[in-house]
Design a protein around this ligand. Structure first.
Ligand code: ADP
Ligand code: 5GP
Length: 202
C-alpha cells in the first residue's frame, strides 16, 4: 500500500491553525488525518481527553519520554507537548497523509527525523488580526496572551526552514491552499507509484 506523507503545520498562537486543520479534515476527510498530542497543560473548556490532547501529569509525561514513545517533544508556555510515534505510524500505515499541528521547534525536529516531511507555516493577514483572534478566543489569561505575543516576531525569524507559507485571511482560501500543497506533494511520488504498480519496483 502507498504510504502517506508527513505534513507539519505551524504558525503563531491564535493564527487559526486548529480552525484551519479542522475545516480541512471536515471538507476533505480522505486527504489527511491529524494526530492527538500529549500535553501537561490543563484542558480548556470544551476540550476532551483523546480528542484534543492526551492530558497527562508531568510525571506521566516523563515516564512516556523515558519509554521512547515520542517522535518529538517541546517545552512551551510553561507546559510540555509531545507527538507520539504510535499516532503518526498508525495514520501512515493506513496509507493516509498525516498532519502534525505543532510549534516550530517540533517542526524542525520532525524534519530531522523524517527529511521528506513537508513544513507549512500559517501567517496572519496582519498583526492586528492575530491579536484580535487570540483575544477573541478568550481561552488564555492576559499574561498568557502577552507571553504568546512576545513569541510572534521570533517565530517569523525562525520560519526559514518552512517550505510553504499560507496566509489565513479568508479561512476557505487558506484551506484550499493547504489542500493544494498536500495534493501537489503527493504527485511528486507519482512516477515511483506507477512503476511499482506496473513493474513491481521503483
Ligand atoms: P491556533 O490553533 O493557531 O492557536 P485557533 O484555530 O484556535 O488558532 O484560532 C484562533 C481564533 O481565530 C479562533 O477564535 C478562530 O475562530 C479564529 N479564526 C481562525 N481562522 C480565522 C479566519 N480565517 N478569520 C477569522 N477568524 C479566524
Ligand atoms: P495550545 O496550548 O494552544 O493547544 O498549543 C500551544 C502550541 O503547542 C501550539 O503552537 C501547538 O501547535 C503546539 N503543539 C501542540 N501539540 C504539540 C506537539 O505534540 N509537539 C509540539 N512540538 N508542539 C505542539
Amino acid at each position: 500500500m502507498k504510504k502517506g506523507k508527513v505534513f507539519v503545520i505551524s504558525g503563531p498562537s491564535g493564527v487559526g491553525k486548529g480552525t484551519l486543520c479542522h475545516e480541512l479534515m471536515r471538507k476533505y476527510p480522505s486527504l489527511a488525518q491529524t494526530t492527538v498530542s500529549v500535553t501537561t497543560r490543563a484542558p480548556r473548556p470544551g476540550e476532551t481527553e483523546g480528542k484534543h490532547y492526551y492530558f497527562r501529569s508531568e510525571a506521566e509525561f516523563d515516564k512516556m519520554l523515558k519509554e521512547g514513545l515520542f517522535l518529538e517533544t517541546v517545552d512551551k508556555f510553561t507546559h510540555r507537548y509531545g507527538t507520539l510515534f504510535s499516532e503518526v505510524e498508525q495514520v501512515l500505515d493506513g496509507g493516509k497523509n498525516v498532519i502534525l499541528e505543532i510549534e516550530m521547534i517540533g517542526g524542525a525536529n520532525v524534519k530531522k527525523h523524517i527529511p521528506e516531511a513537508v513544513l507549512i507555516f500559517i501567517l496572519p493577514p496582519t498583526l492586528e488580526a492575530l491579536t484580535a483572534r487570540i483575544t477573541g478566543r478568550g481561552s488564555e489569561t492576559e499574561s498568557e496572551i502577552r507571553l504568546r505575543q512576545a513569541q510572534v516576531e521570533k517565530e517569523f525569524d525562525q520560519a526559514a526552514p518552512y517550505e510553504y507559507f499560507v496566509v489565513n485571511d479568508v479561512l476557505d482560501d487558506a484551506v484550499e491552499n493547504v489542500k493544494a500543497i498536500i495534493v501537489a506533494e503527493g504527485l511528486k511520488d507519482a512516477l515511483s507509484d506507477v512503476k511499482q504498480n506496473y513493474f513491481g519496483r521503483d
